[in-house]
Design a protein around this ligand. Structure first.
Ligand code: ZN
Length: 318
């Protein structure tokens, strides 16, 4: 390859922060971000969504948005066939419990949500208290039983709480009832979509009123029976070191965890590769990186040389 043709540069992104009723201050305390307030719930780290479009921090494309780059420089992303950047990576700091939700699949969203995409997402647990749990799945055996339990408000019986620990990985397919509970920090990789049906909000009031629930849509899309807890939660804290460990490969994305204490190198052979440093510090092709940094290795980047003692979560499209 001629020198001029050589690899596009690494895209380092500036996150967008979201203040939430249930947010906290851990994105500053644990990740060192400058957050807008002590109720910051989400760091949209790699996003081209109109509700939070990340900008490139430095280099040739400094100041450009990810959605702009996707449009003007499709070659950076392998000349994709889709109209929008397909993934969204967030860090979530839940000080309080989030409402219990479910997402539709592409087919249901297309018909009922104006052509939107559905949402498949997955979580890597960055931090949590001892004896932490999440809501994943439900205990109804049939659609009839589900409807009955929802309409009679038998939430305690219906909702399935699953114990989790730091380093667990959870795939949330459309139709899976789920909720993040207070105290957890999570790295979420998801389809670039925001369609969420709220099933139950613990009867909480916001400004004196309950938040809107989407009971009928939820009943429509919830998968019955739910997958078992064992099928949903995968321990990923202690995987083999210095190799890319695949956590999931589904229709929309592939996600890996890399826990390294020796130099790691590999060829960037994907349309693009997103990397988030979740622990430690080191370098990528000589450029210093640390916990809280998120970057995209563009198409044709070539050889990736990582050094340092750090943990990363990586993703690409399928
Ligand atoms: Zn969700």
């Amino acid at each position: 390859m001629l020198k001029e043709e050589k690899a596009a540069e690494i895209l380092f992104l500036a996150p967008v922060f979201k203040q939430m009723l249930w947010g906290g201050s851990q994105l500053r305390d644990k990740f060192g971000y400058e957050i807008p307030g002590d109720d910051t719930g989400e760091c949209w780290a790699v996003s081209a969504h109109p509700n939070g479009d990340c900008t490139v921090k430095e280099g040739k494309y400094q100041g450009e948005t990810l959605s702009g780059l996707w449009e003007k420089h499709p070659e950076l992303f392998g000349g994709p066939g889709t109209d929008r950047f397909p993934l969204l990576v967030k860090i979530i700091d839940a000080k309080d419990d989030l409402s219990i939700q479910v997402h539709p699949n592409d087919g249901y969203a297309k018909i009922h949500e104006n052509g939107s995409l559905g949402k498949t997402e997955c979580w890597y647990i960055l931090d949590c208290p001892e004896d932490a749990s999440l809501v994943i799945g439900h205990n109804a055996g049939s659609k009839e039983e589900l409807e009955e339990m929802v309409h009679q408000g038998k939430w305690e019986e219906l909702i399935r709480q699953v114990p989790v620990k730091k380093g667990d990985f959870i795939q949330i397919d459309p139709g899976t009832v789920h909720a993040i509970k207070g105290g957890l920090m999570i790295l979420e990789t998801q389809q670039n979509s925001d369609i969420t049906y709220r099933v139950y909000d613990y009867g909480r009031l916001t400004g004196g009123k309950p938040r809107q629930l989407h009971v009928e849509q939820s009943i429509d899309v919830i998968t019955v029976p739910a997958p078992t807890p064992k099928d949903s939660v995968k321990p990923a804290a202690a995987l083999p070191k210095n190799v890319m460990n695949e956590l999931i490969s589904c229709d929309y994305y592939r996600v890996w965890k890399l826990d390294m204490d020796e130099p790691v190198s590999f060829g960037q052979e994907y349309p693009f590769l997103i990397m988030s440093v979740i622990e430690g510090e080191g370098s990528v092709n000589g450029k210093g990186i640390k916990k809280g940094d998120h970057f995209i290795l563009p198409s044709g980047f070539g050889q990736v040389e990582l050094q340092g003692k750090m943990q990363l979560v990586a993703s690409t499209v399928n």
